[in-house]
Design a protein around this ligand. Structure first.
Ligand code: SAH
Ligand code: AVI
Length: 347
């Protein structure tokens, strides 16, 4: 017997419906559109009334935001995607032989483009039966699943819409009890703060059983010059990506943000080992968030944090994983030692 999400989900973010236009067979919805807006309302209210102001990075990713991220990955300055692909090209076979995964779950899957290297290797090893891309962005995950169904006809593909900060505890087991491999690629782990990271690893560890695996892609500490360039691409795609959160608030919370009144600011802070990504108000002004009945004041030069992108040392990455009860099986880097991929067992 499989454990469908619907059978186990309880709590405030439990699935309460299906996404319009998407068949039940295509997508499992842990976060309905109504849930998504409720969560956005709560997080926007908290972030816009905090000092300093901040917004969680998950709100970048509507359909346009996901496309903008994809465009970032093609910019010459943004090395992480190419480096991680290089590692996967070299190591996917090892990962498949070691894990013998029957189910692959990918968290924050986006297009799942690099993941095809893993799918190919697991298919060649003859163990994989089910793939579950999991993302907060319904259009992105539904689109990825459509392409994957076409290209991997023998594989059962179940897309999941959810928030990995809330729903990791509802991750499924394989229908036949075979090994589960959870992949979290792209260094999205770097967008968590320290507490979120520890909480996430602990929640994931509780879901995994002996014999299950966790594959983590994480960006490494490097020269400030390169990191500043990666988050300030010359074509300005990252500027549009950062400002996309304002469009999401305007559309979904009937806010009156003017993108032209904000500058994109992104700089590596070597002391905190992270890229701090902000929107800085060009002038003092007020924004109405009608959906929240809120008026938000921005001072000239005031900065709102929209994302952090932590860069890891090997020790800094491994410490909280070990604390959560994971045991490292492998740690790989690309030739330039820019990016890491590590494979973990539930200890
Ligand atoms: N894994 C892909 C995409 C990384 S971009 C890659 O390596 O290129 C980050 C992805 O995480 C986006 O697709 C975004 O929609 C998703 N995401 C961000 N916050 C999320 C959250 N809280 N829950 C689930 N998915 C989230
Ligand atoms: C998804 N995440 C890992 C990206 C990063 O590099 O932190 C998001 C991003 N933000 C700006 N550029 C890319």
């Amino acid at each position: 017997m499989g454990h469908g999400f619907g059978q186990v989900v309880t709590g405030t973010l439990a699935p309460s419906g299906r996404a319009a236009g998407v068949s039940d067979l295509d997508v499992e919805v842990l976060l309905t559109e109504a849930d998504r807006v409720a969560l956005l309302r709560a997080e926007a209210r908290r972030g816009l009334t905090a000092t300093p102001k901040q917004l969680p990075p998950k709100w970048f990713y509507d359909e346009r935001g996901s496309a903008l991220f994809e465009a970032i990955t093609r910019q010459p300055e943004y090395y992480p995607t190419r480096r991680e692909r290089e590692i996967l090209q070299a190591r996917a076979g090892d990962i498949a032989r070691t894990t013998r995964a029957a189910t692959l779950v990918e968290l924050g899957s986006g297009t799942s483009e690099k993941t095809r290297l893993l799918l190919d290797a697991l298919r060649d090893a003859g163990t994989l039966r089910r793939f579950m891309p999991f993302d907060v962005c319904l259009p992105a995950v539904a689109d990825a699943a459509t392409g994957l169904r076409r290209d991997y006809p023998g594989l059962t593909i179940k897309a999941v819409v959810g928030d990995f900060n809330e729903h990791v505890r509802f991750l499924p087991r394989g229908p036949d009890g075979g090994p589960l491999l959870v992949a979290f690629l792209g260094s999205t782990i770097g967008n968590f703060d320290e507490d979120e990271r520890s909480h996430f690893f602990a929640a994931l560890r509780l879901v995994l059983r002996p014999g299950d695996w966790f594959l983590l892609g994480a960006d490494l500490v490097k020269a400030k010059r390169r990191l500043d360039a990666a988050y300030n691409d010359a074509a300005g795609v990252t500027i549009q990506f950062n400002k996309n959160v304002l469009r999401v608030l305007n559309r979904d919370l009937r806010a009156t943000f003017d993108e032209d009144l904000f500058d994109h600011v992104a700089a590596y802070d070597p002391a905190r080992e992270l890229v701090d990504i902000r929107l800085r108000a060009r002038a003092a002004h007020e924004v109405k968030v009608r959906g929240l009945g809120l008026t938000v004041h921005f001072a000239a030069g005031e900065e709102m944090c929209t994302e952090i992108s932590t860069k890891f040392t090997r020790a800094g990455l491994e410490r909280p994983l070990r604390a959560a009860g994971f045991k490292r099986a492998q740690f790989w880097a690309d030739r330039a030692r820019d990016f890491s991929l590590s494979l973990w067992r539930a200890a």
